[in-house]
Design a protein around this ligand. Structure first.
Ligand code: NAP
Length: 275
């Protein structure tokens, strides 16, 4: 996601500065888009006007942000999927160091982002948002403002991901049920495409049955992280997430069974292997 955003912004004329924990990855991308690589994340804070975070999870954000000594006027835009609780913590920490924090999760994958078609929801204080709106409008296909509390954007993104990952798991289970009676997946897709499940069947049935070793656009381990964050968030609010918790168990099993780096839709193969 970080590479896709950097490519998109570079193509729009932004002067991009890159930092990645694995420096070689940043160097490789920098060669392609003519960007500068800095040795540490705090160098990026000192040099850049906007700091866009595409880190995998809250632990990664903690470890990166804890290297920041001050953030005089820095505008931190977080695009990673995190909990509302994490969002308000990162926002307070940023404010305490003199910076601005905006939560801007992305509903869409790397190719939508690279092509300027991603849907981004944004929340943060009015001042921070107005500072970030220009770059977010350039990055997004569509930007929806959810107000001043950053945790609202994090909550909505978790709701979306529970729905998406849960639906894909349910679809995988449903396809396998038909297949167990000899009904070909193409026929399942053809029939479902004539119902309200058409768009999801057309988009996911072939993808989920594809080779688990193929490159992932969104990994099974990150999907597991999002389900875990959604279940925890419900727990803190006294709202059990029954179906999401069930999908979480399945994704945990998938990660334990060696599918961590596979695309999250390959949960189909995890369920198939379990039978
Ligand atoms: N892929 C999607 O379709 C999609 C869509 C919307 C939102 N998201 C969210 O966007 C975020 C990034 O997703 P992605 O798919 O781009 O994942 P990714 O390709 O696995 O990238 C994760 C990044 O986090 C870095 N990282 C992990 N742990 C770290 C640590 N402890 N310290 C410093 N850096 C660390 C990794 O560095 P290394 O390269 O060194 O490992 C890598 O640059 C996640 O929160 C994900 O849930 C993903």
């Amino acid at each position: 996601m970080g590479s896709a955003a950097a490519e998109r912004l570079a193509s729009m004329g932004y002067n991009v500065i890159l930092w990645n924990r694995t420096r070689e990855k940043a160097e490789e991308l920098a060669g392609k888009i003519n960007a500068k690589v800095v040795p540490g994340p705090f160098d990026a804070v000192q040099e850049a006007e906007f700091i866009l975070l595409f880190l995998s999870d809250e632990d990664a954000i903690y470890s990166v942000m804890s290297t920041f000594h001050r953030m005089d006027g820095a505008i931190i835009i977080n695009h990673a999927t995190i909990t509302p609780h994490g969002s308000s913590r990162f926002s307070s920490f940023t404010q305490a160091l003199g910076g601005c924090y905006v939560e801007a999760p992305i509903l869409g994958g790397p190719s939508a982002l690279r092509n300027g078609k991603a849907l981004i929801v944004v929340a943060g204080s009015r001042t921070c948002k107005s500072a970030a709106k220009g770059i977010l409008n350039d990055l997004a296909g569509e930007l929806i403002d959810l107000g001043e509390e950053p945790e609202k954007a994090a909550a909505l993104k978790l709701s979306f991901n529970s729905l998406l990952i849960g639906s894909v798991s349910l679809l995988a289970e449903a396809v396998l049920l038909s297949e167990s009676y000899g009904v070909d997946s193409n026929l399942v897709k053809e029939v479902l495409s004539k119902t309200i499940f058409g768009p999801i069947a057309e988009k996911y049935i072939d993808r989920m049955r594809d080779d688990p070793a193929k490159d992932a656009s969104f990994t099974l381990s990150l999907a597991m992280k999002d389900l875990d964050y959604a279940v925890r968030t419900g727990f803190y609010k006294g709202l059990p997430q029954h179906l999401t918790a069930s999908a979480l168990n399945l994704y945990r099993y998938g990660v334990r069974s060696g599918f961590a780096k596979s695309d999250y839709t390959r949960i189909y193969h995890v369920i198939k292997g379990r039978e």
